[in-house]
Design a protein around this ligand. Structure first.
Ligand code: ADP
Ligand code: MG
Length: 492
């Protein structure tokens, strides 16, 4: 039966993505099976609840599909001692060192005691606590200055979907245990996809639970301006105190802004080091991965890669519909489901524009006294819709196309097997990802099951060279390139 469990998990990996899989599913283990009941273990309550709320359903579906049996599940949080034991048994390698291996390896084992009860914030139910476990809350007046946070940007109002799952769950985890789990957390992605929203949500969450935490949320641009004026007006000490000493949580938005600004980068580097060494949580957003920010100092880029790097992508249709529904409800806009669906299918690549579209349609309707129908929405949004760019080619699409072409599994492309029949397609997929998308080497490595960027660089070099020597390989690359171009005419 434990085979079924590991097979089901393996089957799910390609669907969920290696990162999500490593973060949230791998730590859950099957202890025993009793009739129709699976006894699972989780390393802490946080992981247990996150798993139950987000992944249990799909895992059970997968098992049902494989065994044609339905199971019920009990998840036990392992006490610390047992956990150390099983961890040692399960992995013989030493504890992952977050500095040496960025991103995926950062899964420190937390004890149940360390994890505080979950708030209802991310739509997770409050855990059941035994009377002895109820924490004593001493209400102290807030000591820190209230951070400047937008009241709209909270976890409760952030809609989850496949496009933002990793970023949202990592943001939540960082807010639950600041400085402990994902530090620094780096969130990147295109415009209007929720990065700033998540940054504020982290701030709210931490501040509400620990009002004494000094939270500094700032755009990188403001950081730079404050720095320059501090230097000019001889008030540098004050600046230094604000960012290095009087700061428990630093949330910096749009860090790409300081790339190429040497003195600001230098100052940020020192701020980063001071806070990091003191175990303070740092969260940074940007429009691209650290390695792709031209003009960003290498020592800064490498630090930004130390913790977890998570992306936000354009949301899928279902998520867009959910975002629109929420927005309509909050703004008191009365709009039929079919129209919501219609607007969500017209505006695809930017949540800010999606929300803007809803407001535009409802404002026009009110002005004209018209009913909001799908046709009315199209007529109002016409120009905006034609300006929408087609969705860009993704590494996932490349993987799918390459896997199909060579009849291998996507899981193998992401996995460690070095057999030539798999290693070659994997290298070709990496090569095409580099050629046809804007992803950096580290990002490509990440999407191939968390491989190092040097592996990707080598793969690209080898495929480049092998094409001259092996006509069959060259023909395969050419055919794949043609297939991908056909799916994405914008590439030519
Ligand atoms: P970014 O910083 O990535 O450019 P923002 O965080 O400013 O984007 O988001 C733009 C708008 O879209 C905001 O109003 C934000 O609340 C909304 N938004 C983005 N993603 C989501 C989401 N997943 N759920 C709800 N609202 C979202
Ligand atoms: Mg932003």
């Amino acid at each position: 039966m434990s085979d079924i469990w590991s097979e089901a998990l393996e089957g799910l990996e390609p669907r969920l993505g290696a990162q999500t899989f490593d973060l949230w599913l791998r730590p859950i283990a099957l202890r025993k099976v009793e009739e129709d009941r699976l006894h699972l273990t989780a390393p802490n309550r946080f992981m247990k609840e996150w798993f139950e709320n987000h992944y249990l359903g799909v895992v059970l579906d997968e098992i049902r599909a494989r065994t044609e049996r339905s199971f019920r599940v009990e998840i036990e949080v392992l006490p610390e001692a047992a956990q150390a034991h099983t961890t040692r048994k399960a992995h013989s390698e030493p504890e992952p060192n977050p500095l040496a291996s960025p991103g995926l390896a950062v899964l420190p084992a937390h004890t149940a005691e360390e994890v505080e009860p979950m708030a209802s914030a991310a739509k997770l139910p409050a855990p059941e606590l035994s009377p002895t476990a109820i924490p004593v809350v001493v209400v102290a007046p807030p000591r820190a200055e209230a951070p400047k946070l937008s009241p709209r940007y909270r976890f409760e109002s952030f809609i989850h979907g496949a496009s933002n799952e990793l970023a949202a769950s990592a943001a939540w985890a960082a807010a639950e245990q600041p400085g402990k789990r994902f530090n620094p957390l780096f969130i990147y992605g295109g415009v209007g996809l929720g990065k700033t929203h998540l940054l504020h949500a982290i701030g709210h969450h931490i501040y509400e639970r620990s009002p004494d935490q000094r939270i500094v949320l700032q755009s990188a641009e403001r950081f730079m301006n404050e720095f320059i004026s501090a230097v000019r007006s001889n008030s540098f000490d004050e600046f230094r105190r604000r960012y290095r000493e009087d700061c428990d949580v630093l949330l910096i938005d749009d860090i790409q802004f300081i790339a190429g600004r040497d003195r600001t980068m230098d100052e940020f580097f020192h701020v980063f080091n001071a806070l990091y060494e003191a175990g303070k949580q740092i969260v940074v957003t940007a429009d691209r991965v650290p390695g792709d920010m031209q003009g960003m100092e290498e020592r800064l880029t490498s630090r930004l890669n130390w913790g977890l790097v998570a992306d936000v992508k354009a949301p899928d249709l279902e998520t867009r519909v959910a975002i629109l529904r929420q927005k309509a409800e909050r703004e008191g806009i009365d709009i039929a489901d079919d129209v919501t669906l219609h607007v969500a299918s017209l505006i695809r690549s930017n949540v800010r524009e999606l929300e803007g579209a809803l407001v535009r349609v409802s404002t026009f309707a009110a002005l004209k006294g018209a009913e909001i129908t799908a046709d009315f929405a199209t007529s109002v949004l016409g120009d905006q819709v034609t300006a929408e760019a087609p969705p860009p080619l993704t590494i996932e699409t490349i993987q799918k196309t390459v896997a199909n072409h060579f009849s291998v599994r996507i899981a193998d492309l992401k996995g460690p097997r070095r057999h030539k029949g798999i290693a070659r397609p994997r290298m070709i997929a990496m090569y095409l990802s580099r050629e046809l998308t804007s992803a950096s080497f580290p990002e490509i490595g990440m999407r191939f099951g968390g491989k190092d960027h040097s592996t990707v660089i080598n793969a690209c070099k080898r495929i480049g060279a092998l094409q001259a020597q092996e006509p069959e390989l060259a023909a395969n690359v050419k055919s794949l390139r043609r297939q991908l171009h056909a799916q994405h005419p914008e590439l030519t």
